[in-house]
Write a protein that binds this ligand. Sequence first.
Ligand code: BT5
Length: 319
Amino acid sequence: MKEEILNVLKQKNNYVSGQELADMFNVSRTAVWKAITSLKKEGYAIESVSRLGYRLDTENDILNERELDFSDNIYFCDILNSTNNTAKKMAVEGCREFLIVTCNKQENGKGRLGRTWISPYGENIYLSMVFFPDIDIEKTSQMTLVFGIAAAETLKNITGLDVKIKWPNDLIVNGRKVAGILTEMQAEIDRIIFVVSGIGINVNQTKFDDEIKDKATSLFNESGKKYKRSFIIKELVKNFQKYYAVFLDKGFGALRDEYKNMCINTGREVKAVSRGREIIGKAVDISENGELVIKNKSGELVYISSGEAGVRGLDNKYI
Ligand code: BT5
């Protein structure tokens, strides 16, 4: 009955009296009150006003399995260690492709190369998806770029913000990082067993820890608007699947121009660190394989693969 009451409140988007609800479902008003109390406990913002009844704030940003509505191909848990870790575990146990793992908070959110992804409760998106691509192992790192395009497009469409990509895996708005992508895989010598791509998006967060406050931002901080995470997730998953299908069918080459249009590095002086090697020069291109192409001081073109690399502006600037 709780579900039904919630649906009525969602559809009406206005006050519905306790008596009306009780009549609708042939239960007592106390039973209605109990269901409402339980929904409130789950985080639904339901106002109760005497003589008017109950009203749900449909703009309220609440994230749970019900709001996501992905039938059974989702694993939601309020708090997880890391959605990537859970997704990897479920892939090992034999989940279906496109399984979505998401939560309200990560206790041990991961960035690349052992770094941390700061993941506070209830404001942001932490989401991983499982894939079983039949591609060469070395192409896996291109998936980060493919999902970068998918995510940038999703956020652009929803917020109208000018979302850019900092090669390989950062989403940038007005020079600050709003999201990051981490792709991990398990493989045998010549065969991918599974790939897990995870994304963290700062959505409604307003304040950031000291260590990232100069370079991090959120959709709210940039647009002044609050967003429903469940809506963003639904659009994001659609776009992940759309771009993944193009990638499998035609390869990264078919998405290269789109990536280049969104990429902020090209044309800038950069310092890249790849497997302990430092390369300084001008970023001039993104290759057919998704590598960052840097023209160094001697005029040679150096191709840097995304797997192990990071890139910064000169003087250690973030961009
Ligand atoms: C990334 O790594 O940007 C990949 C982040 C992936 C996070 C998702 S959340 C869901 C899934 N489950 C996981 O456990 N992880 C994925 P990297 O390029 O290494 O950037 C990490 C750096 O970004 C840190 O060292 C900080 O400087 C900065 N950072 C950490 N948390 C941030 C945040 N919330 N917003 C912006 N920057 C952050």
